[in-house]
Every structure is written in C-alpha cells, then in structure tokens.
Design a protein around this ligand. Structure first.
Ligand code: NOJ
Length: 534
C-alpha cells in the first residue's frame, strides 16, 4: 500500500471550522443557518480544505449559543431541519469533503427533558444522569469548585434540597458519565449521527467529563492574578482531567471503531504533557487531542520552536500531531499578532507536521470586531464583564462582499460586521492575487499537492532570534520552511546544511522560483517555502 493510502483523511487533510451562526444566513433572520452553509460550499471547496467542522446546530435555548443542548438528535429550527442536514452531508461528500459535528458530552441544557426529569425528585430514574450532592455539613455548596463562566459551580434546587454541578452556566448542568444508562444514551447519540453519514466529532471539553468521585476541594492556584478568569483562582485538580476520563473516551472510541474511517478530535486545554495522554493507547483514545499551543504561547520564534520540538518529542508512537490557530473561544490571530504576521502564521499552520484546523474568516485576516455594550451576546462577557474575556469579537459574520450586511444576511446580523468588510471580504480578496486569502489558497494547494508537506517527516533547522525554520521530507521530496517572526529583514544561513533549491512560495506572494543557494534573505514579516534539490 502506498504511504498516501496508509494515512487517513484526518491526517492528510485540513479541517475548517464553521461557526454556523456567522457563516451565511439564507432565511433572512440575521443568524446563519444550514441552507446558508450549503449555498457557500462552493467557496469552501474552492478554498481547498478537506473537512468542515460545525459548531453545535442542535435544538438549544442558546444560553451558550448551542453548547447548551436540549435535544442531541435533532436540528434547531434556527439552523434548519434534519432534511437540510441530510442534504448538507450529501453535498459536503459530493464536494469530496468530510463533515465533523460538535459533540457536547459534558453537559446538556437545563431544558433537556433528561434534566427536567432528573430534578423532579431524588428517586427519579434520571436523577443520577446528572451530578447531585447534598449541601456541605454547615450548609452551602458541597465543595469549592468554581464555574468557568463565573461564580460557584453548584446551583441549589429548592424542590429536592440538593445542589447540581455545572462547570459552565447554571443552564448547562453536567452529565454524570459514571452512570451506565447515561453513558449508553450518549453513545447512542454518536451512533445516530454516524448512521446519518457524519465523518467525525469535535468533542467539547473532553477533559472535563469525569469528576473526582470524592468531590474533594480544589487548592488555590498560587499563580492566579486578577485579570484572569475568576475560576482560575483554583487549580482544577479534582473537577477535570481525572484518570477515569480515559475509560469514557475508550467507550466513545469503540463506537467510532464500529464504523469505517471516522474520527474524533477532543477539546483539551492542558499542559502538553497531560494533553498527549488523551491519545490513549492505540485505537483507544481520541484521534487528535486539539493542540492549542499556537493560540496560547507568545508569538516568539524561539518559544514556538521549542514548543514544536517538545510536542513532537512527547507524542506517543501512534499519536498524529495537530495544530490550531484560532477558534470561536479565542481572539482572532490577526488581532493578536497583527496583519503582517498573520500571513506568517498561515504558512506555519499549513506547513507544520500534523492536521491543521483553520477557523472561518482567518483566511481573510478577519480581526476581532469591537462589540458595543448594548450588543454583547456572550454569557461569559455578561457574567464576567470588563476583563476582555467575551468571545463575541471573534464570532462576527463572515464578510462575503461589499453589499448590505456584507452579503451575510438580508437582515441586520446578530453581531456587528467588521468596519473593514467593504474591502476585507471574499469577493474583493478573491480578485486580489496578493491577498491573505490568495495566500491561504496557495498554501492549501501546495500542501495538498506535496506529500512531504502533508505526511512528510519534520526536522528542525537551527535558527536564531526571530527566525523559525524546519524541513519536511517524504522520500526524495524535500522542503525547507523559513519564517521571519520579526518586523526587520533577517538572514537564514544554512551553508553546509542544506542543498540548493528554489523558493516556491513567499508569504508576500511574489518572487517565486528564485534560486536559493543556502543563504536565505527574508524580508520583514516574510515566510518562504523552498523546494530543495535532493
Ligand atoms: C467549549 C466551547 O468551545 C465553548 O464555546 C463553550 O462555551 C464551552 N465549551 C461550554 O460548552
């Protein structure tokens, strides 16, 4: 079997995250929907990604914009119907792409019929599908655990005199994965969507889903300082990353293994030593535990170079790497590092070894859009105001053209559109051969064409200060990637360490095919890919 065929689609391909509320509105209510996504699939295909991951589209009271699910096996009317969904699966597949859904196993909505039953009485058959505890001996919450969205993680329920646990909003009660019936019901949710043709899942807060069986108090975090989210006052020792979580993941994986070529990528915000444990044993863990280091680390070449090296070194033998530059919970990359470096970041994301995940709109260089106080939507911002933690700025509508509402909707959109949408939009940037969109497309094309770039080996190339350099190789095909993280020109001298070759792509989208003779002069904020003579 050829090496190409030995690798699965989720190893070779690029995942594109769509936040459905903000991609395209087809029915004119100011909120994106499935018909809207269908109408834009030609763009996604043109861009050149391989899989589409949709943030939640299930029925939901939308307290946390779909991450509070009241029916795991249906579609919220805001987004469309199951028929629309089936059509989307068909069309995504027709375009040669894969479809990945968000699976939210840690919590449901408090409006889910399961929770409504659970809270009815202490002996209700669904009582232990959620996490109920008596008050502490002197009264008050059972322990000191804090909600990620501010305040205590325990909500008292008058009707039955107990508290329930919610790691996020009180409208998002945590499910009890230690309960076998709950577990089976949730695994059947996976089967429901797999049977409909879904190719995989992004699993929400997977490191949260099992809690300490003794409900021990968390200790204070000595590194906490005001400015961080309030829950960071405590180390999350006992409410997250419990050893038993891996048994649950194995059960999920068993379900995926019942089908061909399906995968799951797990959301895990943990230090890299802990992150890699989520690969589990071969065939047992998540295929890809999301690696958020490019989001979390300062944008310095040396820091990133060290992080790549460390991550590569920690991967288990069967562990396939992955990289993420942005998502719906973090500031846009262009805002964080600036427009010029966003192009360098694009080249890094799409040339590193491992599966890249690209957040919609980052290919346009979209930046955080300021949200006036009266338009704030995100419950995180509402509960914990003033710390800049709100996620609305990175969730604003995709600008398609310079028409009304940037072609996103016929109506005023649910979040404001960026002020630069008259020029930073798909139509205008498709027409500009030097735009960041053109760069993304070119990078995706090159990555797809060159097996060295999508499945090849990785080797660091020593570099100094603002430069990051590495080689990718597959058989005779060899590439050097050199990235200038600085705003000044810089030289990479690889005399004696690299053969000659030709520059095949610069982030500036000019001077292609120039001969490279071991001294690479990079302009300010420039990255280049060099095809080396082998
Ligand atoms: C992680 C999701 O990415 C985030 O958007 C959500 O608010 C929390 N999980 C709770 O589900």
């Amino acid at each position: 079997m050829s090496a190409e065929r030995e690798h699965q689609w989720w190893q070779k391909g690029v995942i594109y995250q769509i936040y459905p509320r903000s991609f395209q509105d087809a029915n004119g209510d100011g909120v994106g929907d499935l018909r809207g996504i269908l109408s834009r699939l030609d763009y996604v295909q043109w861009l050149g990604v391989d899989a589409v991951w949709l943030s939640p589209i299930y029925p939901s009271p939308m307290a946390d914009f779909g991450y509070d699910i009241s029916d795991y096996c249906s579609i919220d009317p805001l987004f469309g119907s199951l028929d629309d969904f089936d059509e989307l699966v068909r069309q995504v597949h027709r375009c040669g792409m894969k479809l990945v859904l968000d699976f939210v196993p840690n919590h449901s909505s408090s409006e889910h019929p399961w929770f409504k039953e659970s809270r009815r009485s202490r002996d209700n058959p669904k009582r232990h599908w959620y996490i109920w505890r008596d008050p502490a001996p002197g009264g008050g919450p059972p322990n000191n655990w804090l909600s990620q969205f501010g305040g205590a993680a325990w909500e008292f329920d008058d009707a039955t005199g107990q508290y329930y646990y919610h790691a996020f909003l009180k409208q998002q009660p945590d499910l009890n994965w230690r309960n076998p019936q709950l577990r089976e019901a949730m695994l059947n949710v996976l089967r429901f969507w797999l049977d409909r043709g879904v190719d995989g899942f992004r699993v929400d807060v997977i490191w949260h889903i099992v809690k300490d069986d003794e409900f021990r108090n968390n200790d204070p975090d000595p590194d906490y300082h005001p400015g961080l989210a309030p829950h960071r006052q405590l180390l999350a020792t006992y409410n997250t990353d419990r050893p038993e979580v891996h048994q649950v993941i194995e059960k999920m994986r068993d379900v995926l293994n019942e089908y061909d070529h399906r995968m799951m990528v797990g959301e895990v915000y943990l230090p890299v030593e802990r992150l890699v444990t989520y690969y589990g044993g071969e065939g047992e863990g998540v295929h890809l535990p999301f690696n958020f280091q490019l989001i979390e680390l300062p944008w310095h070449a040396r820091i990133i170079a060290d992080a790549i090296e460390k991550y590569e070194g920690l991967l288990p033998p069967h562990g396939w790497p992955n990289w993420v530059l942005g998502n719906h919970d973090n500031p846009r990359i262009a805002t964080r590092i600036g427009a010029a470096q966003a192009r360098v970041a694009a080249m890094l994301l799409l040339t590193l070894r491992g599966t890249p995940t690209l957040y919609y709109g980052d290919e346009l260089g979209m930046h955080n859009v300021p949200i006036p106080p009266d338009r704030v939507q995100d419950p995180f911002e509402k509960n914990v105001p003033g710390l800049g933690l709100g996620r609305d700025p990175e969730r604003t509508p995709m600008p398609w053209n310079d028409q009304a509402h940037a072609g996103f909707s016929a109506a005023a959109p649910w979040l404001p559109i960026g002020e630069d949408a008259h020029s930073r939009n798909v139509e205008a940037m498709r027409a500009d051969s030097t735009s960041i969109l053109a760069l993304y497309r070119r990078l995706l094309e090159l990555r797809r064409q060159e097996s060295a770039l999508h499945i090849g080996s990785y080797a660091a190339v020593p570099a100094h200060e603002n430069l990051l350099a590495f080689r990718r190789r597959k058989g005779d095909s060899l590439f050097l990637v050199a990235l200038n993280f600085g705003h000044e020109p810089a030289v990479l001298d690889v005399t004696g360490r690299a053969p000659c070759g030709k520059i095949v792509l610069s982030t500036h989208l000019d001077h292609e095919q120039e001969v490279f003779d071991c001294r690479l002069e990079l302009r300010a904020d420039e990255g280049v890919i060099v095809r080396l003579d082998s």
